[in-house]
Structures are given as structure tokens and as C-alpha cells.
Design a protein around this ligand. Structure first.
Ligand code: AMP
Ligand code: TRP
Length: 324
């Protein structure tokens, strides 16, 4: 069975951008692929944080992922810190990764430009990501568009390592994108992101979602209710394509172009479509929040399965690198 690996930072809030860009694919593909889904808490400590807060956010992320449909009996869901082989392999990859390639990463440039003092962990972040993936010999990495450059670097590291220590040992992992690979925030401007504050959380209540949807940016050229709109440039229409069925999407398109509906009418239909998908997810999250042991057990079981694979890879890698 081909393998999937993917990771998510324990931001404490799984938002609909994460869900549509990556997590929905993990759920859809978990039966077709042997899946390793990792909450990457070692990546998360590259920015300032409080230990107790990180712990809470990590648990909340596990709850959200299970609620979204990750089946812990099928996929291995685990914390990165529970499998020390991730950081061990990262160190070995550091030895063959050129500094220039790390400095060229867009996310490094963005993150480091905002900081006075840049932790080395921000620079080495994609090396740890390569170790995450290659440790499991993953074939497919389902991610949003913002991770494509990191994935290219993972392939580059696999090629370099293979050329030096064992041709063909690491497969080159391929990114798997969804049709909704880049969800914009409700400002209609920037990528939906917790750090920007333009998100809708997967577990948000309908009233709170509506408070955000109501003022959300639509087609900027549509000023009056009687102006026809252009769905192709409307962020709300993109969300319709993600949440509404095909007939509704076609109807929304026609009503927008003919000014049959105002933007509020359109947003009400979107809110209803979102509810259909989100109600069962919120219900599962409420159940899991009441049973924290279920979450801890799922993570423990996932880590044990992950570690079995990781240990084999590390033994082979140490041997090939003359470290055994
Ligand atoms: P992160 O929260 O940065 O750990 O991201 C987890 C996953 O969600 C990664 O695969 C990202 O590419 C994906 N992702 C994050 N934000 C978005 C977005 N706005 N649209 C689509 N995918 C996203
Ligand atoms: N860097 C990814 C993000 O911010 C998270 C991540 C870490 C990841 N390791 C990974 C994603 C391995 C895919 C595969 O979203």
C-alpha cells in the first residue's frame, strides 16, 4: 500500500483553510493509503510560545483532526515529539543541505524578515519537514499550495542523500493538492491564516461564523444591490464551490450574474451549506472533548505504529552513513 505523510502545526485552531487545503484530503485518502498524520509540535517551537499553552493547543488540534474524520484505527495520528527519530534524521540531513537552499525558502524569508533575532530553527524548519516525510518513505504528501516549495526541498534532500549514500533508497515524495489548495481569508486579500486573524475555525458555532461571513469581502466591483456580480472574482463563491453541491453552485452563479440575489442572500445559502458539513464535525468534537482519554490513547497508538517504521529507517540510514 503506498504511503502518505502529512503534518500540521498545533496552532490550536484548525481553520477551514487547513481543512479544505489539506485535512479533507487526509480523510478522503486514509483508506487508500497507509497514512501517517503528525502534529508537528517541534516545528511549532521555532516561534515564541508558552509550554502550557502549546500543550493545550496540541490536544485541541488532535481533537479537531479526529472530529474532522481522521480514523485512528486506520491512520496513525501522533505527535512529532513522541518519535525522536524525526530530529535524529534531521541532524543527518543538515549535513547535506546547502545553506543557500534554506535561505531561498519563501517562508524563511517572510518569517525572518519580521524578526530582529532569527532562531536557527526557522532556517532549518524545512530540513525537519524533509525528515518527517522521508522517515516513512512517504510517496504522497497532501498539503496546501504554500507547502509546495518545502516539498521540492524534501525531494532535493532525498536526491542528495541517495547520490551520496544509497541510490534509490529514499523515494521522492510528491505533493497532492486539492482543488481548494489556497483558501483566502474572509478579507478576500490574504491566505486564510491564524496569524493574520482572517480565519473561520472548523469548530466555530454558526452564530460566530455568520458574524464573520456577513461583512466578508465579495466581488469588489459590485457596489449596489442591483449591480450584477462576477462570481469568478468573489471569495464567497470560492467557498460555495468548496461547501455547496453542484446544483447550488450553478444557481448561486446565475443569481449573482443577474443581480437576482444580493450578497447577503448568497452568504445565507453558504452558511447553510457549511452547516451541513460542520454539524457532525462539531458533534464529534464535543464527544471527544468530554473523553480526553480517547484522544490520548489514539495518539499513543499512532506513535507506537509510527515508531516501528521510523526505527527501521533510522537503522538503515545509520548503517549506510557509517554511523552504526
Ligand atoms: P499549518 O496550519 O501551516 O500547519 O498548515 C497545515 C496544512 O494546511 C498545510 O498543508 C497547509 O498547506 C494547509 N493550509 C494552511 N492554510 C491554508 C489555506 N489558507 N488554504 C489552503 N491550505 C492551507
Ligand atoms: N510545514 C507544514 C505547515 O506549516 C507542516 C509540516 C511539517 C508538514 N512537517 C510536514 C507538512 C511534513 C507535510 C509534511 O503546514
Amino acid at each position: 500500500m503506498p504511503r502518505i505523510f502529512s503534518g500540521i502545526q498545533p496552532s490550536g485552531e484548525l481553520h477551514i483553510g487547513n481543512y479544505l487545503g489539506a485535512v479533507k484530503n487526509w480523510v478522503a485518502l486514509q483508506r487508500e493509503f497507509e497514512s501517517f498524520i503528525c502534529i508537528v509540535n517541534y516545528h511549532a517551537i521555532t516561534i515564541p510560545y508558552e509550554p502550557a499553552d502549546l500543550k493545550r493547543r496540541t490536544h485541541e488540534m488532535a481533537v479537531s483532526l479526529l472530529a474532522a474524520g481522521i480514523d485512528p484505527n486506520t491512520a496513525a495520528l501522533f505527535l512529532q515529539s513522541a518519535v525522536p527519530e524525526h530530529t535524529e534524521l534531521q541532524w543527518l540531513f543538515n549535513a547535506i543541505t546547502p545553506l543557500g537552499e534554506l535561505e531561498r525558502q519563501t517562508q524563511f524569508k517572510e518569517k525572518s524578515s519580521r524578526l530582529e533575532s532569527v532562531p536557527a530553527g526557522i532556517l532549518n524548519y524545512p530540513v525537519l519537514q524533509a525528515a518527517d516525510i522521508l522517515l516513512y518513505h512517504a510517496d504522497i504528501v497532501p498539503v496546501g499550495e504554500d507547502q509546495v516549495q518545502h516539498l521540492e526541498l524534501s525531494r532535493e534532500i532525498a536526491r542528495r542523500w541517495n547520490a551520496r549514500f544509497g541510490e534509490g533508497y529514499f523515494a521522492e515524495p510528491q505533493a497532492r493538492l486539492t482543488p481548494t489548495r489556497r483558501i483566502l481569508g474572509l478579507d478576500g486579500q490574504a491566505k486564510m491564516s491564524k496569524s493574520i486573524g482572517n480565519t473561520v475555525a472548523l469548530l466555530e458555532e454558526p452564530a460566530a461564523i455568520w458574524e464573520k461571513l456577513r461583512p466578508a469581502v465579495t466581488d469588489p466591483a459590485r457596489v449596489r444591490r442591483t449591480d450584477p456580480g462576477n462570481p469568478d472574482v468573489c471569495n464567497i463563491f470560492q467557498l460555495h464551490k468548496a461547501f455547496s453541491d453542484a446544483a447550488t453552485v450553478a444557481h448561486v452563479d446565475a443569481q449573482c450574474r443577474s443581480a437576482g440575489w444580493g450578497c447577503i442572500d448568497c452568504k445565507k445559502v453558504l452558511a447553510a451549506s457549511m452547516e451541513i458539513e460542520l454539524v457532525p464535525i462539531r458533534a464529534r468534537a464535543a464527544e471527544l472533548a468530554a473523553k480526553p482519554n480517547l484522544v490520548t490513547e489514539a495518539l499513543g497508538d499512532g506513535a507506537a505504529r509510527a515508531r516501528t517504521v521510523a526505527k527501521v529507517t533510522m537503522a538503515e540510514v545509520r548503517e549506510r552513513m557509517g554511523l552504526d
